[in-house]
Design a protein around this ligand. Structure first.
Ligand code: FES
Ligand code: FE2
Length: 329
């Protein structure tokens, strides 16, 4: 199983949006491990194994009361940082057992997302400098569950040769099948990828909302790059100087199921509602999802197991680097 590889535990993954962690505990699964998320009184999201230290009841079946997580089975109660603060069956003067506290895992909120690392972080959270630039706004899209391997998702997000097939319903142009020679290079902010120009369809109302332009066909100046293990960033610059930056986060729930969320940053005039802006990206994501959910299993990391051509260079490079990470090199 890919998700059993210990090296993967030392990276950050998106398991929810910040707004998903509210008045109820939330159960999520990361790399085959069930976790509970809750927001205690001090506001710092806690993530811990979804198993009560008392009798292993799922804590996600409990409730959150005044910033405290209460187990549904015998009411043991957990507060800031996962500390057990009450065992209802014991009288008020008895201290809680020393091992009653939750064994929390690293959790950080950034870009409106909850990121979790099960081990010790070997790298930071992927960078998006636009987050701190007042000229840009951020638009979150929600977290979806895809019945697809995160390996298939990154392979797809690094790939442009599927545009004239999978994406003819949105931005793909059916006759633009040839992919120019790709050069992989370090991009800014820690991403490794390539620069290219893409002619895209701009026929739909959703597409026009996204581009802010009326022409039927547009040229976008783009970069697409990855950071290990499963994050992809695409940047789009239109001729007007409008930047549309996309962070595509794929989280392995297990080998064949993933969470997917995308986040957009834009230096537009903030006048069009965010949901209208990202409707086009949502439709594009749905096209990818429909294809990827038809492909069983993980993408083989053995490069000889599938046939690749020049247009697959970005994915081949990502797979090579991922295989090195998994091998501890
Ligand atoms: S199992 Fe949670 S309080 Fe007993
Ligand atoms: Fe796609």
């Amino acid at each position: 199983m890919l998700v059993d590889n210990p090296a993967l535990r030392n990276y950050w993954y998106v398991v929810a949006e910040s707004t998903d962690v509210d008045s109820t505990p939330r159960g999520v699964r990361l790399l085959g491990t069930d976790l509970v998320l809750y927001r205690p009184a001090d506001g710092a999201v806690v993530a811990a194994p979804d198993s009560c230290p008392h009798r292993e009841a799922p804590l996600s079946a409990g409730r959150v009361e005044l910033g405290r997580l209460v187990c549904a089975y015998h009411g043991w109660t957990f507060g800031d940082g996962g500390r057990c603060i009450r065992v209802p069956s014991a009288d008020a003067g008895t201290p809680v057992p020393p091992r009653s506290h939750l064994t929390t895992v690293h959790t950080v909120e950034r870009y409106g997302l909850v990121w979790v690392c099960l081990g010790e972080p070997a790298a930071g959270i992927p960078e998006m400098p636009a987050e701190d630039d007042a000229a840009y706004r951020r638009i979150n899209s929600g977290v979806e569950r895809w019945e697809a391997s995160a390996t298939r998702m990154v392979d797809n997000f690094m790939d442009i040769s599927h545009f004239p097939y999978v994406h003819v319903g949105t931005f793909g142009l059916a006759d633009r099948t040839e992919v120019p020679k790709i050069t992989m290079e370090p991009l800014d902010a820690g991403y490794f990828g390539y620069r290219y120009e893409a002619e895209v369809a701009n026929e739909s109302a959703a597409g026009a909302s996204s581009s802010g332009l009326a022409a039927k066909v547009l040229t976008r100046v783009m970069t697409t790059g990855f950071t290990l293990p499963f994050t992809v960033r695409s940047t789009i610059r239109y001729e007007t100087g409008l930047d549309h930056l996309l962070l595509l986060c794929s989280t392995p729930v297990d080998d064949v199921t993933s969470y997917f969320t995308f986040v957009v940053w834009r230096n537009d005039d903030f006048s069009v509602p965010g949901e209208e802006i990202i409707a086009f990206d949502r439709a594009i994501g749905a096209e990818d999802k429909a294809m990827l959910e038809r492909i069983p299993g993980s993408l083989p990391l053995d490069l000889t197991a599938t046939v690749s051509v020049q247009a697959d260079k970005p994915s081949v490079e990502w797979r090579r680097q991922l295989a090195a990470l998994l091998a501890g090199r």
